[in-house]
Design a protein around this ligand. Structure first.
Ligand code: PLP
Ligand code: SF4
Length: 438
């Protein structure tokens, strides 16, 4: 039998003296009582900021709103709240208002790669569809601060319909990522409608949902929501746990329901200074995740969005964390460390180096222990020239889409049938001189 813990009971009863446990566990009750001001934060947690601090804090809220569910608030350690990872993710600091030269409103150029409002079509075969712009809790480290919480950019049904129309008439899209804001804040009916529409598009093979709901509002994972989600396989869900402290009995229960419904679960963590920038914390987090059937997917380097400078770590911190995970723990507990390219190049994987040297017949590798080893290349590997005709190599004669395949980027340099010899930046002076000479 699930119960309040004592902190939850105090918060629930400070909100309303006769709040029942079933109200506390009702996601709509939680949303109605999200903490949106410094004053109510003080009152509910029984803490007090000094006067100057309070007025600077209030200033930050005009840039990006405050919203914390009573549930998430209850995870804060009151005695040492300023060092608490939950507090730091949900409560502003004055440095949020400092915008450094290299920070950008839209660092990932999501708006530029947008064929219709709400759709970001960056990669060849998949799109991101923003179906909501609200979240149960506003993460101070949110990369989409420019949109999230902005009342003027709430996607309406028509807008989502236009996004779905774009996907319908774009046959290369085989993977649709529902994002926001938080898609799981939509009603069950709306989620059902979106998933039904997408599943009726023959070329859409998979749909995934990116959500922080299991972390900040686990009570939203109701049996009726599960019934909706279950209706639309293959559906993948990626959640957003950043710290082991977030895996509470309530969030584990939410995750268990999703996993029991047969939904594969992944997790995306943002590397955040002062919150989880420690190999020990990340290791504990990934262990907790796999124990709860969530596969760590990405570890993100914090983006160059405005007001996030105080959250950013050097890239070396991420590489160090990867070094201390790879080989040291279960392979499937190790996320992929990525930097989302400023300007919209997409996610770039960053790893420690394992391939340390090379000759024509051997590669030299090192393992996590520092053991250096050599791997001998095969002596009689027949390198087949690929003309995309599949008759010579006989590997697969049924690649029916092969003739439509269009090579992209570095891949072109590797292909036998593509004549590209080098990739040259658009503004290469040497090449423009050549062109001018003719
Ligand atoms: C992250 C992202 C995706 C999905 O990328 P995966 O590496 O396949 O998870 C798709 N579109 C956009 C715009 C993204 O930012
Ligand atoms: S849940 Fe995601 S979109 Fe919402 S505030 Fe947090 S990081 Fe931003």
């Amino acid at each position: 039998m699930l119960q309040y813990n004592s902190k939850q009971k105090i918060i629930a009863q400070t909100i309303n003296s006769d709040t029942s446990l079933s109200q506390w566990r009702d996601w709509k009750w939680q949303l109605r009582h999200t903490v949106r001001s410094v004053e109510s934060f003080e009152k509910l947690l029984g803490v007090q900021f000094d006067h100057d601090e309070k007025s600077t804090l209030i200033k930050t809220l005009s840039k990006f709103p405050l919203s914390i569910t009573p549930y998430y608030l209850s995870l804060i350690d009151t005695d040492d709240y300023k060092n608490d990872p939950i507090y730091k993710q949900s409560f502003p600091v004055i440095s949020e208002t400092l915008i450094t030269d290299h920070e950008m409103k839209d660092p990932l150029a999501e708006d530029k790669d947008s064929p219709v409002k709400g759709v970001t079509h960056r990669y060849p075969d998949r799109v991101l569809l923003q179906v909501s712009n609200t979240c149960a809790m506003y993460c101070r480290h949110c990369t989409r601060k420019r949109k999230v919480g902005d009342m003027d950019s709430i996607p309406c049904t028509e807008e989502i319909s236009l996004g779905i129309d774009y996907i319908r008439k774009t046959p290369v899209v085989r993977d649709v990522l529902l994002s926001g804001g938080d898609p799981l804040l939509l009603s069950d009916e709306n989620i059902d409608w979106i998933l039904t529409e997408l599943h009726n598009i023959p070329h859409v093979e998979i749909v995934r949902i990116g959500t922080r709901i299991p972390v900040v509002l686990p009570y939203r994972i109701t049996d009726s929501l599960i019934d909706v989600l279950k209706k639309h396989p293959p559906l993948w869900i990626n959640t957003h746990f950043n710290h082991p402290k977030e895996l509470t009995s309530s969030s584990k229960e939410a995750v268990r329901k999703l996993a029991d419904a047969g939904i594969p679960l992944g997790n995306q963590t943002v590397l955040l200074a002062g919150i989880n920038d420690c190999p020990e914390i990340i290791k504990k987090l990934v262990h907790q995740l796999v124990k709860n059937r969530i596969r760590p997917y990405y570890l993100y380097q914090c983006d160059l969005s405005e007001g996030l400078d105080h959250f950013r770590t050097p890239v070396g911190k991420g590489v160090e964390i990867m070094e201390r995970l790879i080989g040291h723990t279960s392979g499937f507990a190790v996320p992929t460390y990525v930097i989302d390219a400023p300007g919209g190049g997409g996610k770039i994987r960053v790893m420690p180096q394992y391939l340390i040297s090379w000759s024509t017949n051997k590669v030299i590798l090192r393992n996590y222990e520092g053991v250096i080893t050599s791997y001998t290349e095969p002596t009689d590997y027949d390198s087949i020239t690929c003309d995309r005709n599949c008759d010579t190599c006989k590997l697969n004669t049924e690649l029916d889409d092969a003739s439509e395949y269009k090579a992209i980027g570095i891949e072109k340099l590797l292909l036998d049938w593509d004549k590209t010899v080098s990739l040259i930046p658009e503004d290469n002076e040497r090449i423009s001189r050549r062109e001018n000479e003719h």
